[in-house]
Design a protein around this ligand. Structure first.
Ligand code: F6P
Length: 327
């Protein structure tokens, strides 16, 4: 591999708070090491179309505090095809780009791994997703902010739930991962938490709600991850409980995409800044196919393929804590 003189950076997949802080870090680290930096708009789709812009240290002023991503994001179907990836490679070569930093989640990393295998092009991943479902890092960029957004929203729901003696089902994001549900559930004091990683069954849900009722609770909150495996969506769950426990006045609140927006927390800004520096440094050091991440507050690297396949295990101890807390 030759000397890395020009690096491209992009954001891909679902956006997450702190992606701008990560872009800023990559751009400024490039400037620090006198390496050119190119921003790719709209993820892999923009790469295929050559939608590029030169980024200097001054182009990323005043974005550390901004949600979303200045480079926009997309999920590209064309990049899933060999022809699409070939076009993307040709665009990078035409612009004399020597290496790529992908800020995204597992889908974006999968694209990066295949791209590297096919075209031997250096790729480094920075984990940016609110789902926190990436192996090789305790935290992904955006997770902390999303968690706090969810807790704040559930706190507000608690006020109205308590005023009306109601039972609320609150759906949080996480198609395949229960990190947000489990942690926001414990943090917001939910009675029950339903996550994709553990199907405790509908009977247990009824039992637990009955227990709460008998113990004198007049309102309750059940946090449900989007990808929960009970076999019912959040509206069906609410109906099921209403049918079986008519004494409950049940409502549903789906938090949705508001969890992906907003100004990043300090934790996410610091994490993004640290990971951006490391990503550029290892790329300049001619490393490829790695993801930068955080373990025990130390920045580490993990094989990019392993980051996708390794599986980030949820902390089941929190289910037990939640159980005890709902006494
Ligand atoms: O980025 C991850 C995520 O927010 C998941 O939690 C959610 O299931 C999905 O993206 C939603 O994707 P979209 O923005 O395409 O609706």
């Amino acid at each position: 591999m030759g000397k890395i003189k020009k690096i491209a950076v992009m954001t891909s997949g679902g956006d997450s708070p702190g992606m701008n802080a990560a872009i800023r870090s990559v751009v400024r680290t490039c400037a620090y090491y006198k390496t050119e930096c190119i921003g790719v708009y709209r993820g892999y789709q923009g790469m295929i179309e050559g939608d590029f812009t030169t980024l200097t240290a001054r182009n990323v002023n005043n974005i550390i505090n901004k949600g979303g991503t200045i480079l926009k994001s997309a999920r590209s179907d064309e990049f899933r095809t060999p022809a699409g990836r070939k076009k993307a490679y040709e665009q990078l070569k035409e612009h004399n780009i020597d290496g790529l930093v992908v800020i995204g989640g597992d889908g974006s990393f999968t694209g990066g791994v295949i791209f590297n295998k096919e075209h031997n092009f250096p790729v480094i991943g920075i984990p940016g997703t609110i789902d926190n479902d990436i192996f090789g890092t305790s935290h992904t960029i955006g997770y902390d902010t999303a968690l706090n957004t969810a807790v704040e929203a559930i706190d507000k729901i608690r006020d109205t739930a308590s005023s009306h003696n109601r039972l609320f089902f609150v759906e949080v994001m996480g198609r395949d991962a229960g990190f947000i549900a489990l942690n926001a559930g414990v943090g917001a004091g939910a009675e029950e938490i339903l996550i994709p990683e553990e199907n405790l069954g509908l009977e247990r849900l009824l039992e637990s709600l009955l227990k709460s009722r008998r113990s004198g609770k007049s309102s309750s909150i059940v946090v449900v991850a989007e990808g929960d495996k009970s076999g019912k969506n959040v509206f069906e769950l609410a109906k099921y409980v209403e049918d079986n426990m008519p004494e409950y006045d049940v409502r549903v609140s789906v938090l949705g995409h508001m969890q992906r927006g907003g100004s990043p927390s300090c934790f996410d800004r610091v994490l993004a800044s640290r990971l951006g520096v490391k990503a550029v440094e290892i790329l300049i050091d001619n490393k490829t196919n790695l993801m930068v991440g955080l373990k025990n507050n130390i920045v580490i690297t993990t094989d990019l393929e392993e980051a996708i396949t390794g599986g980030h295990e949820i902390n089941k101890e929190l289910l037990r804590v939640s159980d005890i807390m709902s006494t």
